[in-house]
Design a protein around this ligand. Structure first.
Ligand code: CS2
Ligand code: MG
Length: 400
């Protein structure tokens, strides 16, 4: 069997997605997600101009060799654009292999390690009462783990909360958001005290600090959250400096998660080796596909580090499908993020994965169990949009 054609499909059902479709001379095709939020066309062009010409004639069964060929052959290694492009090829080849062997991809990764993948969803309120209301509703819908984000008084448009006072989305593409660490730090312990008081301890609660703190601020916050037993405190600090997590670890036993922006094992091997984190958040699309994510998970296993793959709505249903095959099969999987897509998204990306009783399951369809409806995709042209930028009260640029 040979790869006969590969093309990039950019579509925007609810938000922009970049998808690679690889076709073979046996009439079997596979798809992969190549979406990099805010820089989508960079990956689309990297694939179309530089990767697709290399694929024609290759044997789609040679997944590892294709990964190494594209990684080493690029000479310029790593980085979000390169690794999202390699990830898309990788996902598509696993999809093809599963279809050719008529089995779901999880079976090619070692088979089932669990009956379903524990997932978490987002509660994001404008007030503590509003947030508690959402947590209660999500509990009734059967979720066992909920990420809790809430606007801190005095900080408008905080990460992970409804935009604007009336929850309306301001005119994008470019939003600048204010940030005041001291207001946030004072507020978060009060938020979790109230949520735990309202819903008790029989539900996992998570929180995303979204790269906003210094290590000592993160240590201070983690210590004050210990009584509320978080499942994890995520992205407490920007993690380019892996050793900064030593400082956080010295001050708190609140579990730490990081890594949704990582795109290779080299971004996290010190964090894992020194057990500075409890969960690695690298995702299939941003960390070079199933092939590399498995290597990250296997490296992490002896260090008691589990995976907690990123699964925001800007990762397409193709990545979610691949993440669930990985999640069902891999031993040290902790949890999978499950941010619901806009309703038009699954129409363009019909999929076999499903939710039940707090767990997600990839389904039994051969391959990844997801596809792209190209006719429908064509109805949603690319719509340039950017992630917000964050500035401190005095205007200093800070991490969003
Ligand atoms: C967030 C993401 O889901 C998360 O944990 O950090 O929503 C992140 O803000 C987006 O994926 C950025 O594109
Ligand atoms: Mg995050």
């Amino acid at each position: 069997m040979k790869i006969s054609n590969a093309r990039v499909i950019v579509t925007s059902p609810g938000r922009n997605f970049v998808t690679l479709k690889i076709e073979t001379d046996a009439g079997v095709h596979g798809i992969g997600d190549a979406t990099l939020n805010g820089r989508e066309l960079a990956v689309a062009s990297y694939l179309t101009e530089h990767v697709v010409p290399l694929l024609e004639g290759r044997d789609p069964a040679d997944i590892e060799d294709t990964w190494q060929y594209l990684y080493k052959g690029a000479y310029w290694r790593r980085g979000p654009v390169t690794m999202a492009a390699i990830a898309a090829v990788d996902m598509a080849l696993w999809d093809i292999k599963g279809k050719v062997l008529d089995t779901p991809v999880y079976n090619l990764l070692g088979g089932r390690s669990r009956r379903g993948v524990l997932c978490y969803v987002h509660a994001s309120g404008r007030s503590i009462a509003d947030t508690i209301e959402q947590v209660r509703r999500l509990r009734e819908e059967g979720y066992r783990a909920i990420r809790v984000q809430c606007v801190a008084p005095g900080i408008d448009n905080m990460y992970g909360t409804p935009r604007g006072m009336d929850g309306q989305q301001p005119d994008l593409p470019f939003v600048e958001e204010g940030w005041a660490t001291e207001k946030y730090l004072r507020f978060v312990p009060e938020l979790f005290a109230a949520v735990r008081d309202a819903v008790g301890f029989d539900v996992h609660l998570l929180h995303d600090a979204h790269h906003r703190l210094t290590p000592i601020e993160a240590g201070w916050l983690g210590k004050r959250l210990e009584d509320y037993q978080l499942f994890w405190l995520e992205d407490a600090v920007p993690a380019e400096l892996q050793e900064s997590f030593r400082l956080i670890r010295q001050h708190t036993t609140t579990p730490l998660a990081v890594g949704e922006v990582f795109n290779s094992l080299y971004d996290c091997h010190q964090l894992i080796r020194e057990q500075l984190i409890d969960y690695i958040r690298a995702s299939v699309v941003h960390a070079g596909g199933i092939t590399q994510l498995r290597k990250v998970a296997h490296f992490a296993e002896p260090y008691h580090v589990k995976t907690g793959c990123h699964g925001a709505a800007d990762l397409s249903p193709v990545t979610m499908a691949a993440a669930l095959h990985f999640g069902l099969a891999t031993h040290n999987v902790g949890i999978q993020e499950y941010a619901h897509h806009a309703e038009e998204t699954p129409e363009v990306f019909p999929h076999a994965w499903s939710f039940s009783d707090g767990y997600l399951h990839p389904g039994e369809a051969p391959g990844l169990g997801v596809d792209i409806d190209e006719k429908l995709a064509a109805r949603y042209p690319y719509d340039r949009a950017y992630l917000p930028v964050s500035r401190k009260v005095d205007g200093t640029a800070s991490s969003w």
